[in-house]
Design a protein around this ligand. Structure first.
Ligand code: GLA
Length: 403
């Protein structure tokens, strides 16, 4: 089981990440208090950080994420009724913290309030098997709205819970796709496949290079003891994400159509000139330039990681951030400040925003002996209040108890 971030010799000033065992205890305790029995099933699914390959998944491109030791735990049992009762111990979730709904064979589920329950209902509705009535409790250490996929961790956690409850197993790709569909239809977010895919398939000690067209994944180990991955949460989330994400998707589709390609995965950097000659809207040209460049950078970065060329990897991270800032326009002042503060420190190889953008987290690749200095410098320079996590690549969804 994956657990905490910092071992003794690598003690950093970053926040301690709660151990999975302590989250399980929290969820089991809440379950026993509420339902007066011990849960039969215990599972967890991780959040993720994307090292590079941003806004490329819905363009059939490459991404290079890894799973985090920040996880969502789901515990529960069948209740021999037609109703599902679900409770969350997560203080960041909107109220009420408890909800119930009928199983889909009795009534087709609809999104509503509270918002956190929509991810649960979306997965229950899209589960490939008959869902019995159940009681469940959810606990999580994944920051909400932090750009590290709290929603995918919840979706994949609930799907894994239903598998362990019923014994019905779905193949891993279909499982990720069902969770993505839950997000599209119950939270109205037309996300790509990266977040659910990595939460399902991640391997401890490695990032995955995912080809979002063929859905093939290549394991890329990250195991150099001199290097650490630092996540810095800006603790801001600008409301723009909801409206800007679908707009970016449409602009990419438009660019591909104008080029006569199925998606921007099939375009080359030389196609940017073709768009310019067609006098296409400048925004569309810049969106396409980011995506085409980012797909190339991601393939290069995976090669760099395989050959332990961390200098090249860091350079590609910086180029990625700059392209997301200026061409794709999904960064914000807070994320730019965090990247700048990190790169001022000697020993930092690269730093960039990660996830959808408009707030959330940055990811920084840094020599271990420089990480505390990065944290100090960021505390000094960042206008907001940041949270820091030193993370190791963790496992995908795991059944601790159940079928
Ligand atoms: C969000 C989406 C992902 C991906 C990223 C940007 O996290 O859920 O599918 O598109 O944004 O790379």
């Amino acid at each position: 089981m994956s657990c905490c971030c910092s071992t003794d010799e690598s003690r950093t000033m970053a926040s301690d990440i709660p151990k999975v065992e302590s989250l399980i205890n929290e969820a089991e305790k809440a379950f026993t208090e509420k339902f007066k029995s011990k849960p039969d099933v215990v599972v967890f699914a991780p959040g993720r950080v994307n090292l590079i390959g941003e806004h490329t998944d819905y363009n059939d491109g490459f991404v290079l994420p890894m799973a985090l030791p920040l996880v969502t735990v789901v515990v529960g049992s069948k209740n021999n009724t037609d109703t599902c009762h679900v409770l969350t111990t997560n203080q960041q979730c909107d109220a009420p913290k408890e909800t119930d709904f009928l199983i889909p064979s009795k009534q087709s589920l609809q999104p509503g309030s509270p918002k956190w329950a929509n991810y649960v209902k979306g997965v229950v509705q899209n589960f490939k098997g008959a869902v019995p009535g159940f009681n469940a409790v959810i606990s999580s250490s994944v920051p909400l709205g932090g750009g590290v996929s709290s929603s995918a961790a919840l979706e994949v956690g609930v799907y894994t819970f239903l598998e362990a409850l019923t014994g019905e197993k779905t193949n891993l790709q279909d499982k990720a796709l069902a969770c993505q569909k839950a997000e599209h239809t119950f939270s109205n977010m037309p996300c790509g496949i990266m977040d659910q895919f990595i939460s399902v398939m991640a391997k401890e000690g490695s990032a995955l290079l995912i080809d979002c067209r063929s859905m093939e994944a290549t394991i890329v180990p990250i195991n150099d003891p001199k290097i650490v991955i630092l996540i810095t949460n800006s603790n801001v989330r600008h409301e723009l994400t909801g409206s800007e994400y679908p707009t970016r998707r449409k602009q990419c589709e438009e660019a591909a159509k104008l080029l006569g390609k199925k998606s921007l995965r099939d375009a080359k950097l030389s196609d940017i000139e073709v768009l310019q000659q067609k006098k296409v809207d400048e925004d569309i040209v810049r969106r396409a330039r980011h995506v085409i460049g980012e797909i190339n950078r991601t393939e290069q970065a995976a090669e760099a990681l395989k050959s332990k060329d961390f200098t090249l990897f860091g350079k590609l991270m910086l180029e990625s951030h700059e392209s997301l800032r200026s061409d794709y326009e999904v960064s914000c002042a807070e994320l730019d400040q965090l990247v700048k503060a990190a790169t001022e420190v000697k020993g930092v190889l690269g730093s960039r925003m990660t996830g959808g953008g408009f707030g959330g987290c940055t990811v920084t690749l840094v020599y271990k002996d420089a990480v505390n200095e990065v944290i100090n410098n960021t505390k000094k320079k960042y206008k907001g209040k940041a949270t820091f996590y030193v993370v190791t690549p963790s496992a995908g969804a795991t059944v601790v108890r159940g079928k």
